[in-house]
Design a protein around this ligand. Structure first.
Ligand code: NAD
Ligand code: LMR
Length: 328
């Protein structure tokens, strides 16, 4: 039997951690025949809660779970990591300005990037979930000397899944009838879910919907503000759907995307579609053999371009702000 895959999860005692760890341990990330060893990272005050979750994981007697270690030190936690899920982050609290939020998260993601560079396995793949996810990924990537930049990704798969579900509901189709969804840009309300390239039963979604004002005034804002809608309804941010999206993201990255389809992933731009190189922006990506590539040659009409420019400009502002703070 091959060696267990070391999966490091930060923020393990949080809401997403609680929804995520059981799915990883049950084999939904890498398949039921692949052993996983969980390496959990928490802040010291939350280590006891993470230990409680570990007791429950043990009690599930998952055949794929090879072991669990819990740390409050990033260098130890990322040592030998093959997959790193960076979920723990500093939430925005009352009175906190955006620069304060970026600085507080810089204090988390800069040392975590350094720790990944210091000790993670050569094949490490990183998904940043903690918000602001794209810019936190940029900070970690910029501080991980020697780790290939393309290994750092941020999560827009939840936005992708939301965009698929809303489109299926509008068109009276099944989610499995929707393909080629692309969410562009930042994981923030400026993100752009693109119905020019998405398909409903093989037909261009824009044509099937046939209602520009619904797309512009209802669909795009609803997908973009879905996170806030859930916070308003639950009194807490999305957790099970976020964990589900994290599983989808890493699963598809490693196992590959279906022929002629793609998924949305925030990845370091190579300059495709005019997105400034190095920004971690969401693109339609195809995955095969554990690698991803940005899908080329898609239709980007003026309706899309103006919205992609807006969300990418927001990413540039965040990049400039963390640059001024000396975090990248
Ligand atoms: P939570 O507050 O329930 O849990 C966060 C956990 O992170 C806590 O247990 C905390 O102790 C831990 N933590 C804080 N700093 C840490 C550090 N330096 N190292 C290790 N652990 C640390 O939050 P949650 O609901 O689990 O959400 C986690 C993050 O994911 C938030 O930033 C949230 O906004 C974000 N999120 C992103 C998406 C997305 O689509 N990208 C979706 C939902 C939530
Ligand atoms: C989401 O999209 O559900 C979250 O990113 C919202 C949040 O601010 O935590």
């Amino acid at each position: 039997m091959s060696e267990p895959v070391n999966v490091c999860v930060t923020g393990a005692a949080g809401q997403i951690g609680y929804a995520l760890l059981f799915r990883i341990a049950s084999g939904q990330l890498l398949g039921p025949d692949r052993q996983v060893h969980l390496r959990l990272l928490e802040i010291p005050d939350a280590v006891k809660a993470a230990e409680g979750t570990a007791l429950e994981l043990f009690d599930c007697a998952f055949p794929a779970l090879a072991g669990i270690d819990i740390y409050d030190d990033a260098r130890q936690a990322f040592d030998g990591a093959n997959i790193a899920l960076l979920v723990g982050a500093r939430p925005r609290t009352k009175g906190m300005e955006r620069a304060d939020l970026l600085e507080a998260n810089g204090a988390i993601f800069k040392p975590q990037g350094e720790a990944i560079a210091a000790g993670a396995d050569d094949d490490v793949r990183v998904l940043v979930v903690g918000n602001p996810a794209n810019t936190n990924a940029l900070i970690a990537m910029s501080n991980a000397d020697g780790v290939p930049r393309e290994r750092f990704t941020a999560m827009t798969r939840l936005d992708h899944n939301r965009a698929v579900a809303q489109l299926a509901q509008k068109t009276g189709t099944a989610v499995s009838d929707i393909t080629n969804m692309a969410v562009w840009g930042n994981h923030s309300p400026t993100m752009y879910p693109d119905l020019f390239n998405a398909k409903v039963n093989g037909q261009r979604a824009w044509d099937v919907v046939g209602d520009e004002s619904w797309v512009a005034d209802e669909y795009i804002p609803r997908v973009g503000k879905r996170g806030a809608e859930i916070i308003e309804a639950r009194g807490a941010s999305s957790a099970a759907s976020a964990a589900n999206a994290a599983i989808d993201h890493v699963h598809d990255w490693l196992a590959g995307t279906a022929d002629s389809d793609w998924v949305s992933m925030a990845v370091p731009s190579d300059g495709s579609y005019g997105v400034e190189e190095g920004l971690i922006s969401s693109f339609p990506c195809r995955c095969s053999g554990g690698e991803y590539e940005i899908v080329q040659g898609l239709d980007v009409p003026a309706f899309s371009q103006v919205r992609i420019d807006k969300t990418v400009n927001e990413l540039k502002e965040e990049r400039d702000a963390v640059g001024e703070l000396g975090l990248i």
